[in-house]
Design a protein around this ligand. Structure first.
Ligand SMILES: [Zn+2]
Length: 311
């Protein structure tokens, strides 16, 4: 009898561990880079979004695959490393045996571009913003191969295999080369790190913050129903609208504070942030003093939040 109770206790303990493990994993996936998940950050199993449209999370940022009868269109190519490449390619092959024919990157950071070269070597063409290539060439990832061969100034329209995918520079938020990748046929949009799940605060500088509302306006004019940021879960259009509303509240507070006499030094302490939360996250925004100091200057130098002008 005692043995039986002991056995039951063991079974209960194992179940508890499984439940705790699953909860931790969920936390890691939803929060993007939970502290525990950051060490390994392995490539996740591909998740179907819609017919012929999938995303593959982690190993860096989210990647998106659209399947056409003529081959695949891929958005973002993850962090460097052989382990990530092997797992990433295996996940793509589990979706379709067809080759990747086109690659687009949402911005030139390592977790979005590092395996471009693999796909070029296997017959793909990389399409990118001209300024994305320039930032890549002048930044610390210059030696990473796989820079785009087909370049555009602001907008690109790819028609391939019956699918249509648009790429747009709507303004600078996370980087000066943020590219919104719109899978038009699928009504699905990649938001880059315009919405940021790595931290509660959006990964946006004070200088660029003045452009965010304008960018979101343009994004929301696209005919999509589902979206994804650089990290984190799928978002609805309502999530993106809510995010824009949060930015609107924030910028209104900032402008009101400046009108009420806030200075570059005092602005940070005069803007309430602890009730502003990005979709899917629990912690409120917490932009630092340096952000507010940049934002104060940007409100003077670029009061209308004009995007960088393509040359
Ligand atoms: Zn980034």
């Amino acid at each position: 009898m005692q043995k039986r109770i002991f056995a039951l206790l063991i079974v209960a303990a194992v179940h508890l561990l499984i439940v705790i493990g699953a909860a931790a994993q969920d936390q890691g996936a939803r929060g993007g880079r939970g502290r525990g998940a950051a060490a390994a950050d392995p490539v996740k199993t591909a998740t179907q979004i819609k017919p012929d449209l999938w995303y593959i999370a982690d190993g860096g940022a989210n990647s998106v695959v659209e399947v056409t009868p003529e081959g695949l269109i891929l958005g973002d190519t993850k962090n460097p490393g052989d382990e990530i490449e092997t797992a990433f390619v295996a996940q793509i092959k589990s979706i379709s045996p067809l080759p990747v024919k086109y690659v687009l990157n949402t911005h030139p950071h390592g977790d979005h571009i590092s395996h471009n070269q693999y796909f070029i070597d296997h017959g793909a063409t990389v399409i990118g913003l001209k300024h994305l290539k320039e930032l890549w060439e002048t930044g610390n990832l210059n030696s990473t191969p796989g820079k785009p061969a087909v370049l555009f100034d602001k907008d690109y329209d790819l028609k391939f295999g019956g699918a249509e995918v648009e790429a747009h520079y709507f303004g600078s938020a996370h980087t000066d080369a943020d590219t919104i990748v719109f899978f038009k046929t699928k009504k699905f949009v990649m938001l880059s790190d315009l919405v940021n799940y790595a931290n509660p605060s959006p990964g946006i500088s004070g200088t660029n913050a003045v452009q965010v509302l304008g960018i979101l306006d343009k994004v929301l004019k696209l005919d999509f129903d589902t979206a994804i940021a650089g990290r984190g879960p799928l978002l609805t259009k309502a999530d993106v609208q809510a995010y824009q509303k949060t930015w609107d509240t924030f910028m209104t507070r900032v402008k009101d504070a400046v009108k009420a006499g806030a200075t570059k030094e005092t602005l940070a302490s005069q803007v309430k942030q602890d009730d502003l939360i990005s979709p899917g996250l629990k912690s409120p925004w917490a932009f630092n003093a340096n952000f507010f100091s940049q934002l104060f200057d940007a409100l003077k130098s670029n009061p209308n939040g004009e995007p960088r002008q393509a040359e």
